[in-house]
Ligand binder design. Structure first.
Ligand code: SF4
Ligand code: ZN
Ligand code: ZN
Length: 319
């Protein structure tokens, strides 16, 4: 029997990059310690703050909700959960009930916003329209841009001080590599543990950024937290190629993902000079903050003949 390197109990996990074995209790403690360290080192949360958590129902966002809920309770703060229903048949319909259920278990206020009600079409419908029009855009482009748009608007309407997402170490290193491959300096610069762009944007925080995806999966399993485990049917292309490449790199050279993150943190301060400053204004169509005439969401919607109207996402008294 393999034993925990810290307490001698039965090990459940081999942390190859650190050369140690962990039992269930030490594993849980380790994840919780890393979460708190990320918050404290980067000043992600201040006492008394109201934190909106983006909760899809998947393991990362649900773990983020549980961890932040416990953390904020001890700091006179509170969390509120926001779920975006993009409208992906056979995928999101399975995760939404789990987002709701976890918020209920914790007694956290939960708000659901959907592509259908905000933009007049689900992501599935947009993908069909885009294919007919031959725009050739990847579903993830629509999904990512529009989800961020709705999360920011909903968090602002809910008067949240911060917006937390469940990005883990794997997500973060994939995003770093993707922006290298695309030579996108502005997006690369935004990959910080806390990013507060400008007025109108709720500062985004990523408290799970230093925890590998596998360890978050194990954490929810050991804690008995119910999460949705399916894979999005649209997941493909360069994102999955980079994910597979990083996983094989990590398998052959443990600690590579942490090293990619550390190296990026070293160079990030120097990127500020190279990233152009933009003047912010309101989008001509929807009023949301943007540096161009139309925000990216309205530009994408216009490309497929849809329009976002100026309207509130969260109605008063809604939860
Ligand atoms: Fe959206 Fe793409 Fe993620 Fe699916 S894989 S949820 S389409 S960003
Ligand atoms: Zn132990
Ligand atoms: Zn707009």
């Amino acid at each position: 029997m393999l034993r925990c390197s810290f307490c001698g109990r039965r090990a459940v996990y081999h942390r190859r990059y650190a050369g140690v074995f962990l039992c269930d209790r030490c594993m849980i403690k380790s994840v919780e310690r890393r979460f708190r360290r990320a918050i404290n080192q980067n000043k992600l949360v201040n006492p008394g703050e109201r934190i909106a958590v983006a909760v899809s129902g998947g393991k990362d966002s649900v773990a983020c909700l549980h961890l932040l809920h416990n953390y904020c309770r001890g700091k006179r703060g509170e969390v509120v959960a926001i779920t975006v229903d993009e409208g992906i048949k056979g995928y999101r319909d399975g995760s939404l009930p789990l987002a709701r259920e976890n918020a209920e278990i914790l007694g956290v206020e939960h708000h659901l916003v959907s592509f259908k009600s905000a933009f007049g079409a689900t992501l599935d419908e947009m993908v069909r329209i885009a294919a007919k029009r031959g725009t050739g855009l990847n579903p993830c482009t629509y999904c990512g841009v529009m989800r961020r748009h709705l999360l920011n608007q909903a968090a602002r309407e809910l008067r949240a001080d911060k917006l937390a997402t469940g990005h883990n170490l794997d997500d973060e290193t994939q995003a770093i590599m993707l922006n290298y491959v695309r030579a996108d300096l502005s997006r690369l610069y935004r990959l910080a543990p806390i990013y507060a762009p400008r007025e109108g944007f709720v500062p985004r925080i990523k408290p799970l950024r230093e925890i590998p995806e596998k360890e978050i999966g194990l954490y929810v399993l050991l804690k008995g937290i119910k999460v949705h485990l399916a894979v999005c049917p649209y997941a493909s292309g360069i994102h999955t190629e980079i994910r597979d490449f990083l996983n094989s790199l990590e398998a052959n050279h443990p600690n590579s993902k942490f090293m990619i993150l550390r190296m990026f943190e070293e160079i990030r301060p120097y990127l500020k000079e190279a990233v152009p400053e933009f003047e912010m204004r309101g989008c001509e169509r929807c009023g949301e903050p943007t540096s161009t005439r139309l925000c990216k969401t309205c530009e994408l919607l216009q490309g497929i003949g849809l329009a976002k109207r100026r309207k509130k996402l969260i109605s008063d008294g809604d939860s």
